[in-house]
Design a protein around this ligand. Structure first.
Ligand SMILES: *Cc1c(COP(=O)(O)O)cnc(C)c1O
Length: 517
């Protein structure tokens, strides 16, 4: 997530020369050091009682007794509050402005969902509590499963995967188990060139060789190439629908038919389900397995690495291999079958500790129930309408990657309109930060040169979208008018300027070490 300092829009006359940069404090915001650098050892916001003078027997701790104090930061309560509030001011948030990251679906998180997730009966559960004491939580999981099965039309769902990527792994492992059960050792998974990086990574993780399916000039799976590549070694075809170009794969039924005809399974990446929820049932498209990103389609906060939740719906053929735990109804209520035994005898076993993300289940179910079936259909309709409104407003100035026809929930721009301006997609995105907007997803999908992938989601009102489009169009005009400085040095007003993002990703500094005195 980009750290930024959202202020009033920047006018070109205010832009400082690229190399000098502003001082760290700006306006009413101060630069904030690390928490370890703020506090001092021994300070605390709480008045602890002096510990009883009964040293633990080292044996009680299995020899893990600390040799030295843990070197925790010491802050009083006001210092702690200021530290975190200052940090929060330096970060962008969906509660501050539109967050146009394509493929990420950053939508408003209803406070009702948060309130319900914080009910003590959900919040204070321990995953090892006796099942008789958590029947309400199990009922939430059961109701969520019911909604997911109804919305997709598929007969089974594995709730436990903790992200979309883990859902993909779950689906592919179930496919592998089903194939192995029939003595079939297929070793290849086909993935389109435009796929999210998790798709080929998952296939490789599940032990498969990955082959790419080509794409047509208008951004769809190349059916002829798919048909040519299908054969007795193909275990599954993984296709995202709507795809990562923001387009509905109109040949999806034929894709599924071709896969099945070749004895393969059709795995659908359902991360973009928010564009079709309530309008299309994946079962009717021939889907065998599909993960659903609860944290995208059904709200719930995400970003910065979590939390996520990626339940996978499964066809009848794949259901027996779903991971444990299984939620089963028996005489006295609901029960979690934790072992690959009994009704779960063919299960592929555990994917993660415990039962998945309980807090996400509550939020997602609250989102579904508060919208109702009709409201969820409108979610998809409004998400698509908003994206098409953006595409229409920007077209003509910025170049839509696939100008013909409407898009789904994302508007995809390429960088051909920037040709000759000396401004790149990256520069443009950085200048957006100075203008108070978080950049859109950049350079993804890879099949589109200099891609800018914009997803407004359904929760943005028209005046917010207009403000966003006005800003982009004003920046576009500046780029075309040759005001390169405004872009090359941007962001001028963020707490951090241009970072070496590759270095940060490759060699992250995850440990704080005390400076030598
Ligand atoms: C977000 C996303 C994923 C991965 O989901 P995570 O929860 O981030 O692991 C996979 N495919 C697509 C198309 C996505 O947008």
């Amino acid at each position: 997530m980009t750290m930024l300092n959202v202020g009033r829009p920047t006018r070109p006359s205010e832009v400082a020369p690229a190399q000098e940069g502003p001082p760290p404090g700006r306006g009413l915001l101060q630069d904030e050091p690390l928490i370890f650098e703020v506090g001092g050892w021994g300070k605390t916001g709480v008045d602890f009682e002096t510990a009883a003078d009964e040293p633990l027997d080292a044996g009680d701790l299995a020899g893990l007794t600390r040799a030295a104090a843990p070197d925790l930061p010491g802050l009083s309560e006001p210092e702690t509050l200021r530290h975190y509030v200052r940090l929060s001011q330096r970060n962008h948030a969906i509660d501050l402005a539109l967050y146009p990251l394509g493929s990420c679906t950053m939508k408003h998180n209803p406070r009702l969902d948060e309130k319900l997730a914080r009910l003590p009966g959900f919040l204070d559960l321990h995953p090892l509590q006796p099942q008789s004491t958590v029947q309400g939580a199990l009922a939430v999981m059961d109701a969520l499963a019911h909604w997911l099965k109804t919305l997709t039309g598929l007969p089974a769902v594995a709730l436990s995967p903790k992200a979309g990527a883990q859902g993909e792994l779950c689906g592919l492992l179930a496919i592998r188990a089903a194939l192995e059960a029939r003595g079939d050792g297929r070793r290849t998974v086909l993935v389109p060139t435009s796929a999210h990086g998790t798709n080929p990574a998952t296939a490789a993780q599940a032990g498969y060789a990955v082959r790419e399916i080509g794409q047509t000039a208008d951004g769809h799976v190349d059916l002829a190439d798919l048909a040519a590549q299908l054969g007795p070694d193909v275990a599954a075809v993984m296709v995202t629908n709507p795809n990562t170009c923001g387009l509905f794969e109109r040949d999806v039924i034929e894709i599924a038919r071709l896969a099945h005809e070749a004895g393969a399974f059709f795995y659908c990446d359902g991360a973009n389900f928010n564009a079709i929820v309530g309008r299309v049932r994946p079962v009717d498209l021939g889907v065998d397995a599909m993960h659903i990103n609860l944290h995208k389609t059904f709200s719930t906060p995400h970003g910065g690495g979590g939390p996520g939740s990626g339940p996978v719906v499964l066809s009848a053929a794949l259901a027996p291999y779903a991971p444990t735990p299984w939620l089963v109804h028996d005489g006295d209520g609901l029960r979690l079958e934790e072992q690959a035994a009994g009704e779960a005898v063919a299960s592929l076993g555990r994917l993660c500790a415990f039962h998945g993300q309980m807090g996400m289940y509550v939020r997602a179910l609250a989102y579904m129930m508060s919208h109702g079936a009709d409201g969820l259909r409108q979610v998809a309709e409004d998400a698509v309408l908003n994206a098409n409104y953006i595409k229409a407003r920007l077209s003509g100035v910025m170049s839509a990657a696939y100008p013909d026809g409407p898009c789904m929930h994302e508007a995809l721009i390429d960088d051909s309109w920037l040709e000759g301006t000396g401004v790149s997609t990256l520069d443009f995105a950085k200048a957006m930060i100075d203008a108070g907007f978080h950049p859109m997803t950049m350079y993804f999908p890879l099949v589109v040169h200099g891609a800018m992938l914009i997803e407004p989601t359904e929760t943005e009102p028209r005046h917010e979208i207009d403000r966003f489009c006005d800003t982009l169009l004003e920046l576009a005009a500046a780029a075309k008018a040759g005001d390169v400085e405004r872009f090359k040095g941007a962001p001028f007003h963020a707490p951090v300027r241009r970072l070496d993002e590759t270095l940060a990703a490759r060699r992250p500094r995850l440990r704080w070490t005390r400076a030598e005195a």
